[in-house]
Write a protein that binds this ligand. Structure first.
Ligand SMILES: Nc1ncnc2c1ncn2[C@@H]1O[C@H](COP(=O)(O)OP(=O)(O)OP(=O)(O)O)[C@@H](O)[C@H]1O
Ligand SMILES: [Mg+2]
Length: 356
């Protein structure tokens, strides 16, 4: 049975629709990320699941039971907040014991759960410290331990890594994934960082303006975005305007607005349809004009070269429009200079078509 089922959940603040008609199912043991730009309704959704906010419409089932009208402390949900919200005058062990204390567990049960959970997050040696005596990463681990200690059915995390510096964020990301896999708790993790979502989630729910745009596993989301908004939000995307010339088993031939034709992935779009061709920076390659590639029909000129370390980003002018390409910093192409003429090619299935 699916663990959490949201059906038709909506929330308004005055005239503002923060979440609109949301359907979302999270399976038992699944790790789901809610991803989207600032203000798209991620926290509001999480707070409705936790019970801090009441939905105007819709239902919320946890393990088959409607929990819509239950207060937060009766929902069997653990929560980690962006600013940790640790109790400053309690020790690490007392912070972690809090949820068990609230649930009337005996002292022995509390001690056992605290020891077990601190072991899990590798903080057993700091049990008697106070939060102010801990680093940011350690405080984050305490917050995670506190949310997990009473073995909730569901773990909710709202941007738990956004206070940490980049390196620690990567470390804690891996740590959260390890802990979640070890305990198997169904988890919903809110972030506006796409790489975090792709790295952590079994499935990612992409939100925009209170609506769920796509709900898929990371590879599917990245390779087959359901619309242009999702495509633009995840990864780096070029967009070319054009018109469908014809379709065949080989793919869809598109005449670009600035001149030239390109072969894109197969589609059912009729001839004449106005389309946007979307191609990721890393899906494009550049080769010298004599390269002899099958699709070596698109000539362009290098207008900018940006050194990014592992890749070189080129801006190329194709039929008057700029395109960006990432080439690994070891290829012949990484030696192109501004003003050089080159040929651009790509695998047709990497060119995504959307009717506009
Ligand atoms: N209590 C409230 N009263 C009025 N408007 C609210 C309230 N809470 C949230 N909103 C509005 O609802 C929208 C969604 O807010 P929410 O906090 O869910 O966004 P978010 O996706 O979590 O954004 P962020 O990434 O910035 O945290 C925002 O426009 C916000 O201003
Ligand atoms: Mg938020």
């Amino acid at each position: 049975m699916p663990e959490l089922v949201l059906s038709g959940i909506s929330k308004r603040f005055g005239a503002f629709q923060a979440v609109a008609d949301l359907d979302l199912t999270v399976g038992n043991g699944e790790f789901v990320c809610l991803l989207g730009p600032s203000g798209c309704g991620k926290t509001t959704t999480l707070r409705m699941i936790a019970g801090f906010e009441t939905a105007d419409r819709g239902s919320l089932l946890l393990d088959g039971v409607d929990i819509s009208n239950r207060p937060p402390n009766k929902r069997d949900i653990g929560m980690v907040f962006q600013h940790y919200a640790l109790f400053p005058h309690k020790t690490v062990a007392q912070n972690v014991a809090f949820g068990l204390l609230m649930r009337g567990k005996s002292r022995a049960e509390q001690d056992e759960a605290v020891a077990r959970t601190l072991q899990l997050v590798k903080l057993a040696h700091l049990a008697d410290r106070f939060p102010r005596q801990l680093s940011g990463g350690q405080q984050q681990r305490v917050a995670l331990a506190r949310a997990l200690a009473f073995q909730p059915s569901l773990l909710l995390m709202d941007e738990p890594l956004s206070n940490l510096d980049a390196q620690l964020r990567d470390e804690m990301r891996d740590e959260i994934k390890r802990v979640q896999q070890e305990v198997g708790t169904t988890t919903i993790f809110v972030t506006h960082d796409q790489s975090e979502a792709l790295a952590l989630a079994d499935r990612v729910a992409v939100f925009s303006e209170g609506r769920l745009l796509q709900y898929s596993d990371p590879a599917h989301l990245y390779e087959q975005p359901s619309d242009r908004t999702v495509g633009r939000f995840i990864g780096k995307m070029n967009e070319l305007e054009g018109r469908v010339v014809n379709t065949s088993p080989d793919g869809t031939l598109v005449a670009l607005a600035g001149g030239g034709t390109v072969l894109c992935g197969p589609s059912e779009l009729p001839s004449g349809t106005s389309v946007s061709v979307m191609i990721r920076y890393e899906a494009l390659s550049v080769a010298p004009l004599s390269g002899g590639h099958r699709d070596a029909g698109l000539e362009c000129r290098v207008s900018r070269r940006t050194y990014l370390g592992s890749v070189i980003e080129y801006e190329l002018i194709l039929a008057g429009k700029p395109l960006r390409v990432w080439m690994p910093n070891n290829s012949t192409a990484s030696r192109l200079s501004i003003g050089d003429s080159t040929t651009i090619f790509f695998n047709p299935s990497d060119a995504l078509l959307f009717a506009v």
